[in-house]
Ligand binder design. Structure first.
Ligand SMILES: [Fe+2]
Length: 264
């Protein structure tokens, strides 16, 4: 099977599929546009990562297929639940697989690659990549997770600088007025462990959790891009960090981790 041809067909299908959600109401239009644009950028980000790893052409196309489809469940999610919050609705990665099944998207794909694409999509938003995945599944899973995070960093930085330009639910139900940082969030980021989104109470919690994402990046290129684009620094500068405070120590530790891993 020629994956390049499949990708072209898939891009057309994706365009038609997403356009069916448009034109019903402004809120849904905005949500769909936001995810379509996010998806386009994740496709570019994953391309940069593949280039840095010098992956062969087939694997580069496979990774772009995963990037194009990773959030395909978001459209049904927003249409049906009016939220992008998984814990208030449904796991959007599982929804993605149902959409792919319903539209028989992977039917012409060789079995092993189809399974790999599905696995990478299923775990793109998981707390951790399961150890049970084989090397190849792990590679593609890591690629989509890093590419996705790179764009979410970009969205977050833009949002913090211009909150009025974004839909109001982008930081879920976090309180934008409060300057507090929830101690449990702070502790989790300091320890470099996953912090449940349910723990988020303020926008500063949100920012701190994103700072902690450095511990979940997988490739030198991801660290370098994060650093070069100043995303980390811009989020750090948006946090109230009193020297010596717990939050200050959590951010400093994450910053050192970033510096250590952003090597050429
Ligand atoms: Fe996603």
């Amino acid at each position: 099977m020629v994956y390049g041809d499949f990708y072209s067909e898939l891009s057309l299908w994706y365009k038609n599929y997403t356009s069916e959600f448009m034109g019903k109401d402004t809120e849904l239009d905005n949500a769909v546009t936001m995810k379509v644009e996010h998806t386009q950028r994740v496709c570019s980000e994953i391309g940069l990562l593949c280039e840095s790893l010098k992956l062969n052409e087939t694997d580069c196309i496979l990774s772009r297929i995963i990037a194009l489809l990773h959030d395909i469940g978001r459209y049904e999610q927003y249409k049906n639940y009016r939220t992008f919050s998984d814990h208030k609705s449904a796991n959007h990665a599982e929804l993605a697989l149902s959409v792919l099944d319903y539209h028989k998207i992977m039917k012409e794909f060789p079995g092993e690659d189809a399974d790999m694409v599905r696995t990478a999509i299923l775990f793109h938003n998981a707390r951790q990549i399961p150890c049970s995945l084989n090397k190849r599944e792990q590679l593609f899973c890591k690629l989509i997770r890093d590419a996705d995070k790179l764009d979410i960093f970009r969205i977050a930085v833009n949002y913090y600088l211009n909150p009025d330009l974004f839909p109001k639910n982008i930081t879920k139900e976090a309180d934008p007025e409060s300057a507090d940082i929830t101690p449990e969030v702070c502790q989790g980021v300091y320890e470099g462990v996953f912090v449940e989104y349910e723990k988020i109470r303020t926008v500063n919690d949100f920012k701190l959790i994103q700072i902690g994402w450095v511990y979940d990046l997988n490739f030198s290129a991801s660290f370098r891009l994060l650093k070069e684009r100043d995303y980390f620094l811009q989020i750090k500068n948006q946090l109230p960090l009193l020297p010596g405070s717990h939050a200050f120590r959590a951010v400093s530790k994450a910053e050192r981790f970033l510096e250590d891993h952003a090597v050429h």
